[in-house]
Write a protein that binds this ligand. Sequence first.
Ligand code: EPZ
Length: 416
Amino acid sequence: MKYVVSGGNKLFGKLKVDSAKNAILPIIAATIMCDEDCVIEDIPLYLDVIEMGLILEKLGKKVEVSNGNMIISGALSSTSVIMAETKTLRSSIFMMGSILSKYRKAIFTYPGGCDIGKRPIDIHLAGLEKLGIKFSFANDLIYSDASKIQGSVVELSFPSVGATENIMMASTLIDGEITVIKNAAREPEIVELARFINSMGGKVFGAGYETIVIYGVKKLYGTTFKCIGDRIAAGTYLIAGAMCGGKIELEGIDPNFLLPLIVFLRNSGCNIDLFSDKITLENFSRLKSCEKIETSIYPGFPTDLQSPMLVMQTISKGTSIIHETVFEARFKVVTELLKMGAKINVSERYATVVGVTKLKPAEVACPDLRGGAGLVLAGLVAKGKTVIDEIFHVERGYYNLDKNLRSLGAIIDKVD
Ligand code: EPZ
């Protein structure tokens, strides 16, 4: 499948931001810890969410989607997470903590994910081993034994989002035991996972701060849950509005999750108004470059918005330097942007961008999820027809992207 984008239109209108992909994925994994009905309301069917649901079904859970909700129930019939889906899906690794918390024994394959870096799991394994879990490795499989699992103080060498979530879930059902996670990741999606676990009767405190305390409980109970809006999708639409010009309104997003982006957009010349659950953006002039952008862990500028921001700099007035500090290979989209006339020079984890007045339409291909979203933004401003291939990458993390952009006045179609 491809997107065909005819650039040049300004964007006007309102969008409802979908629930956050990176909250829903660990939450789906967390339902493994409960046999009763867990209802996730208003669920966007990102490809990653569909894959995660398929993995749970193959493991024995009952998974159904009706009236926009995903209902997950039942017990696992297998704890061998060895299937094709787990090769492509990074978030399958989140199942390690939830399966071991409840079933105490499991086999996993090494997880896959975007081609944005090695994506090791050493921090996950070190943290889980601190809980007394034993791992052995053979034939690209991870054999896990949590029969002697116990609460502990786990200090993460790096505030890894996935590792924080895995250890939080692994500790949830160690009945009567206390686990403390130090140097924990503080992303809003971590807070959502804790809120979900607590809605099932778990006891997780301090999520969103660098120290999280989990009091293990015996059992979890069914729940109905509505997730926060996706701050990365929302940020991507804001950057689209800034680049194309016009006036857009995003509903269902807490502006507090996007403050570093909002500061950059305001300094670039956009008028932005913030409300408790809504953001409006207006821009009718050429953007000024941001000069220096450095990605970092939350609450810093998110690495997942680096590619969209890089594309915004390609047409902004001036020169900007982008420093990607979180992943080691997140500039793959640059080769495609050069085909569209962008002026970018990459050296290790730095990209220097000299703004041009316009990008040229071209035939390009998505290298990864957020790089692909960046190519869509480039197509929206390049006058003429840009054809974007390999869009399955983008649909992993953006739901109805083409439909949403068309509703704002963009000319974008999905074709075979
Ligand atoms: C989550 O990935 C997100 N994915 C990523 O979003 C996001 O970019 C990332 O957090 C950072 O915010 C999901 O939530 C499904 P990390 P995760 O563990 O958990 C290194 C997107 O575009 N590391 O915080 O994998 C790792 O290599 C995706 O939606 C280790 O070295 O991120 C990376 O350099 C992309 N060892 C850094 O830490 C480990 O054991 C951050 O990784 C784990 C991670």
